[in-house]
Design a protein around this ligand. Structure first.
Ligand code: CA
Length: 658
């Protein structure tokens, strides 16, 4: 059913008056479990209990069907079952005058059976791995201290070259394996050990809530990124070693997070509250038809997400659902941050509600929050202020947004496959300079609001995009192209030294290729997987990233979360049309010093004349076209010649006192 016009006369925001503040879902204790479902317009709701998560399993049977009681003031249906129900599966049969009786899982389910079709009652204490009570969040004093590496669970360890044991490849538990090396060579670290050497301090993990696009009951080769939520409050079954037992995926997901924390790495969860796997027939649709989604005037589903349905964060009970869901993950799974897919489809009241709720946790204001603040069309209620870049002033400094300006300025627009940016030909230098200032002259109030990136899971990989723009119609993605590697290094130097929060997709630092695939969300695993061989084949590139990360950690001014460093800095070299050069001042090696950051996107040498800008004395290079880090690479003064397609970063020498 695609048209909801007949239902909207009694649903939608009209039901906001029934807003219920209490707990919903299966409220478990060893003595009894109370089931609560909010549905003001249902004519009847029944609870069904099962022994298994599906009828295909041994011992499958219906335990019973029970009529629930409605509270007419709150619209909440409830029923209490005595006894210890841990591991019992359940659904609701919801009757609606115009939709008939339909069976649904619980939108608040914390556990579920295979494919998430039946919810499960869970005693969460039994899902904690050993040492979980000592597990602590990895939090940053400033969001700009985070250096984020974005990865998908399956991609991380799908390859045999990952050195991960066969049974854990592509699973949560791959993250728990220590001492993994390339093809088990005992030399070149992979997976979490590799990340520790690389130096990143935060991973953003693509969707790992339960999504609908993978058949968890099948052993066939399947792949999907997972931007199609089915059960928001429980992990995906295909990443677990047993999708049938509802507790296993929870425990193994916690083990993944624990292992990353033990490695000193924060975990940001990629959350997709803006749409669901299906609109019609989803748990939300069956529970309260017409309420949780946005519909156009004609009664058809709003589709700003491009995924067939937009949820309605401005409706009180979906807003509450989002806040409850985030708080559940933050508390139960000890998560360190959240990345909001298509945040521009949510409203600022909801995003502020989430922020304020997280802030109530110990050091909760340090939990990362950022998202895709694109300006999107959606059929929201009139007067709703959406969480897009134009409205960042409605959000606090610790809610950030991806910066598409610096992404496109660095390497050209993703939407025009042959387009070039600064690193290919020195073009768009004004946009790069805008980006190194964290777009604070535009939409971001402070650098803490700007997530700087040049590539992410969407679009082509950095290497593929650069190859395509350079070679156009004759691209050999599998080969190493030295000019492209130089461009990649320059891009990394800009991204990792700019004001803001640096972000890269996994493998950007090893010239990851998807052979030109620009939207691999359901492409084969062999296209999406990380090929760990590349850590050796492109070792120079990996080392360059490693050095830049080390540099960023050492040089505090790069991580300023205020605009102070930007205000002190200046755009120097206006006479260099294909270069970006600027100074940055702040504490370096225990002293206040100037740094000089010079980027040349042209295919010829650019000379930066320091003397014409009153920059005297000698400068120590720590980054050049080949090397990056904190080691001394040579001293310079007066005029600095930066070779084609490269960066140079220099630190002011100590003044010699006479
Ligand atoms: Ca699933």
């Amino acid at each position: 059913m695609n048209n909801y016009k007949h239902i909207l006369t009694e649903s939608g925001s009209k039901l906001d008056k029934f807003k219920f503040d209490g707990e919903l879902g299966a409220i478990y204790s060893k003595e009894s479990t109370e089931f609560r479902l909010w549905s003001p317009i249902a004519s009847c709701v029944k609870l069904r209990l099962f022994t298994t998560g599906s009828d295909a399993e041994a011992g499958a049977s219906v335990i019973g069907t029970y009529e629930m009681t409605k509270n007419h003031q709150t619209g909440v249906w409830s029923y209490t079952v005595q006894g210890d129900l841990n591991g019992i599966y359940y659904t609701y049969l919801v009757s609606h005058p115009q939709m008939g009786e339909r069976e649904t899982g619980d939108i608040y389910a914390k556990a579920a059976g295979v494919n998430g079709n039946r919810s499960m009652v869970i005693d969460l204490d039994t899902t904690d791995p050993e040492g979980w009570d000592k597990d602590e969040r990895i939090l940053f004093d400033r969001p700009t201290d985070a250096i984020i590496w974005e990865v998908q669970v399956r991609d991380f360890s799908y390859c045999e070259s990952s050195g991960v044991s066969k049974k854990h490849r592509g699973k949560f538990l791959a993250f728990t394996e220590k001492g993994t090396t390339l093809n088990c060579d005992g030399i070149n670290p992979t997976c979490v050990d590799y990340l520790k050497e690389l130096g990143i301090n935060c991973v953003q993990i693509n969707p790992f809530y339960d999504f609908g696009s993978i058949d968890e009951a099948s052993d066939a080769e399947q792949y999907n990124w997972g931007y199609d939520p089915k059960n928001y409050n429980l992990p995906e079954g295909s990443f677990s070693t047993d999708p049938y037992k509802g507790d296993v995926r929870i425990r193994e997901c916690k083990q993944m997070i624990q292992a990353l924390h033990n490695a000193g790495i924060a975990v940001v969860m990629d959350v997709v509250y803006n749409h669901t796997y299906s609109g019609y027939g989803s748990w939300f649709d069956i529970s309260v038809p017409g309420y949780y989604y946005r519909y156009n005037q004609d009664g058809f589903w709003s589709n700003g997400s491009g995924c067939g349905n937009d949820t309605a964060s401005e409706h009180e009970m979906y807003r509450k659902f989002m806040i409850d869901s985030i708080m559940y993950w933050a508390k139960e799974y000890h998560l360190d941050g959240f990345r909001f897919d298509l945040m521009g489809l949510h409203d600022v009241v909801t995003m502020n509600g989430i922020r304020n709720a997280l802030n109530t946790l110990p050091e909760g204001e340090k939990i990362l929050m950022y998202g895709e603040a694109w300006d999107m069309f959606t059929a929201c209620e009139p007067g709703t202020i959406m969480a897009n870049q134009h409205n960042m002033h409605h959000l606090p400094d610790n809610v950030g947004a991806f910066c598409d300006n610096i992404r496109d300025a660095i390497k050209g627009s993703e939407f025009d496959q042959h387009s070039c940016g600064f690193v290919q030909n020195g073009s768009r230098r004004n946009d790069v300079f805008r980006g190194v200032r964290a777009d604070t002259d535009f939409w971001a109030r402070t650098p803490a609001q700007a997530v700087n990136y040049a590539s992410c899971h969407d679009g082509r990989t950095m290497y593929d995009k650069l190859c395509l723009s350079v070679f156009r119609n004759n691209v050999q993605y599998n080969l190493r192209h030295e000019n492209v590697i130089r461009m990649n290094k320059l891009a990394a130097a800009i991204m990792l030294t700019s004001q803001g929060i640096p972000f890269m997709v996994a493998g950007e630092e090893m010239a990851r290729t998807k052979l030109g695939d620009h939207n691999s969300y359901k492409s084969a695993s062999c296209i999406n997987r990380i090929d760990w061989e590349r850590t050796v084949k492109y070792k120079d590139l990996v080392d360059y990233y490693k050095g830049l990360i080390k540099l960023r950690k050492a040089f505090a001014p790069m991580r300023d979360n205020t605009t102070n460093s930007i205000q002190k800095g200046m755009w120097l070299f206006t006479e260099n049309p294909t270069g970006v050069g600027y100074t940055l001042e702040g504490e370096v090696y225990g002293k206040t010093r100037k740094m000089l950051l010079l980027f040349n996107g042209a295919t010829h040498t650019e000379s930066f004349d320091l003397t014409s800008h009153g920059l005297e004395g000698w400068w120590d290079a720590v980054v050049d076209s080949e090397n990056a880090g904190t080691d001394f690479l040579g001293e310079y003064s007066r005029v600095i010649n930066v070779p084609a397609t490269s960066a140079m970063l220099l630190v002011e020498q100590d003044k010699i006192t006479p």
